[in-house]
Design a protein around this ligand. Sequence first.
Ligand SMILES: NC(=O)c1ccc[n+]([C@@H]2O[C@H](COP(=O)([O-])OP(=O)(O)OC[C@H]3O[C@@H](n4cnc5c(N)ncnc54)[C@H](OP(=O)(O)O)[C@@H]3O)[C@@H](O)[C@H]2O)c1
Length: 247
Amino acid sequence: MSELSGQTALITGSTSGIGRATALALAARGATVVVTGRHAERGAEVVEKIQADGGTARFVAADLLDPGDVARLARDAGAVDILVNNAGLGSFGPSADITSDQYDAMLHGNLRAVYLLTAALAPKMAERGHGVVINVSSGAGTIGDVNNAVYGATKAAVNSLTRAWSAEYGPSGVRVNSVAPGPVLTSLPYEWIKGYVPLIPLRRVAQPEDVSEVIAFLAGPGAAYVSGAVIPVDGGLTAAEPPKLVG
Ligand SMILES: NC(=O)c1ccc[n+]([C@@H]2O[C@H](COP(=O)([O-])OP(=O)(O)OC[C@H]3O[C@@H](n4cnc5c(N)ncnc54)[C@H](OP(=O)(O)O)[C@@H]3O)[C@@H](O)[C@H]2O)c1
């Protein structure tokens, strides 16, 4: 028996990046995986990879900016034991340059969708007496990240939801945690994030698997007593003292 056998995992944004790596990691541990995103072609690639590796997966298309689609996804996914709220989006730049539409997209994609999906699925986990919710936050939710104010605010709010839901659903056997990655090599070009390397104590950016392995641990029995935590997965970036400008 693999450690997640018999459990169904829904991972948002699992057509690429951290979500894709998480889908592969949870499937490898025996979970039946529901892959979701907007792009069916990329979803099919992830499902085929999981099946080729001997796992079980299916794709459900959904646009998380649409509350109706979020509700349909919650219905189509069926009984979910492990929910990974991973999908996210960001518009970066000076605060005065962020448009109202960009603001709305970040709030709706990074916060409202997480809220609506969890509110639809966590009570059912609570009724069954077990379940795990893992929110993919960001170091930007903890530190003051220049040119990243709105995105950081959505991730700080997600960390707040994590603590509130841990308190709300914990008595019914549902654990809720966040992981807070630093820079991860996914859809952004390396050129955009390589400037962080000298600031990261481990002196490299993350690969998606650096994050997905922590998510897989949080989903499994080894993390049975972990709830309400925001776990940095950032090579020490947010723990480190900033570089000194003068001696
Ligand atoms: N990469 C980093 O450096 C980094 C650092 C800290 C935190 N994070 C967080 O980690 C999470 C994953 O990031 P990533 O870099 O792995 O992302 P990514 O490679 O850019 O992938 C984003 C995923 O989200 C899905 N998605 C985007 N908008 C969507 C929408 N409107 N409806 C449904 N799905 C949508 C995409 O699927 P479709 O395209 O198929 O819709 C895709 O699967 C995000 O929450 C992000 O904020 C990332």
